[in-house]
Design a protein around this ligand. Structure first.
Ligand code: FES
Ligand code: FES
Length: 166
């Protein structure tokens, strides 16, 4: 009975809100329920490059850049992103592979690939903020992005290769 009522409310559009967000340079209007999380909205609208692992802020696989800063999109309410500029990993290769993407491939840092979008975006934010981060700073930046496949060496090597080539 309760479910039926909820369905009617949804069908009438009650409780649905519109949120304007720019994603990878395109202005979008998302229709959402107030409680929807950004990761779910993005995936629902086709941005399936945003991966969802833990839904609790621990794995980093859902990382996107919000106004240039990495955030856990599984924790962020979509409504809180009104007016923001979001980048998913697809923002990196609009004009061919980004140097970080090339370095990840060359270093063998992409195995199953589930952590890769979040890792790349975290690394991009670091390199945008700092010309020459140290290896320790790279490790610190990546500490919230879990990888079950590589042992992290490959990603750190890949990022340092880009840093050292600057
Ligand atoms: S799915 Fe968001 S941190 Fe794991
Ligand atoms: S490459 Fe598989 S989880 Fe990182």
């Amino acid at each position: 009975m309760v479910e039926r009522t909820g369905a009617i409310i949804k069908a009438q559009g009650v409780g649905i809100m519109k949120v304007k967000i720019t994603v990878n340079g395109e202005k979008k209007v998302f229709e959402i329920e107030p409680s929807e999380k950004l990761a779910d909205t993005l995936r629902r609208y086709g941005y399936t490059e945003v991966k969802i692992g833990c839904r609790s802020g621990n794995c980093g696989s859902c990382t996107v850049l919000l106004n240039g800063k990495p955030i856990r999109s599984c924790l962020k309410f979509t409504a809180q992103a009104e007016g923001a500029y979001i980048e998913t990993v697809k923002a990196l290769n609009k004009d061919g592979l980004h140097p970080l993407q090339k370095a990840f491939i060359e270093a063998g840092a992409v195995q199953c690939g589930f952590c890769t979008p979040g890792m790349l975006l975290t690394a991009k934010a670091l390199l945008d903020a700092k010309e020459k981060p140290t290896k320790d700073e790279v490790k610190e930046a990546l500490k919230g992005n879990l990888c079950r496949c590589t042992g992290y060496k490959q990603q750190i090597d890949a990022i340092m290769k880009v840093v050292n080539g600057r």
